[in-house]
Design a protein around this ligand. Sequence first.
Ligand code: 5GP
Length: 213
Amino acid sequence: MMAEKGILVVVSGFSGAGKGTLMKRLMEKYDNYALSVSATTRAPRPGEEHGREYFFHTKQEFEELILQDALIEYAQYVENYYGTPKAYVEKQLNAGKDVILEIEIQGALKVKKKLPDTLLLFVTPPTAEELKRRLVNRGTETMDVIESRLRRASEEAEGMSEYDYILINDQIEECVDKMHAIIQSQHETVKNRRDFIKEITEEIAVFEKGEEE
Ligand code: 5GP
């Protein structure tokens, strides 16, 4: 039997929804996930490393990646480019890994259009008040950037209904387990079980002819 391909999962959510922590816990707690590292033109935050959080590029380098068709999708978000490198995602999916893209909504919708089997998950804090509190407490952005991220959140809220699942991130562990369960359930869908269905159907067809002793 051929090895089953992995599921491509897009995780989006308002800036400050806790996606980063959620992804980190998912990777620590469960095997079989590969987290795609995006390319970006934004400057690294303190503690971020090239190749770990992002591949940090100049605008010119990023535009080169676009020309080379090396990205599955890319989008502009609050004045910077962000994009998903194609090669890593394809390799991991073919190896049977479930690949997670943590990307914003424009990119998410582009991926879904290109690859319709992609699972789209949207993470949100329980309330708008909590969203603002988490962004301010993170302390990594100026108030100006926080304001533009909150405005962007209001635009993104309109796109939530395009997603397959909404995950309310109240208790982190509960949310991680729920996310894992949703992703794993995709392996059981009929479209992802075609090989198994074919195999067992052929085996069962033998009964019709009568089993030989
Ligand atoms: P941050 O600057 O906070 O790391 O990310 C800003 C936004 O860009 C987040 O919503 C994040 O999910 C999104 N993002 C990160 N990588 C990509 C990518 O490769 N493509 C797209 N379209 N969005 C991305």
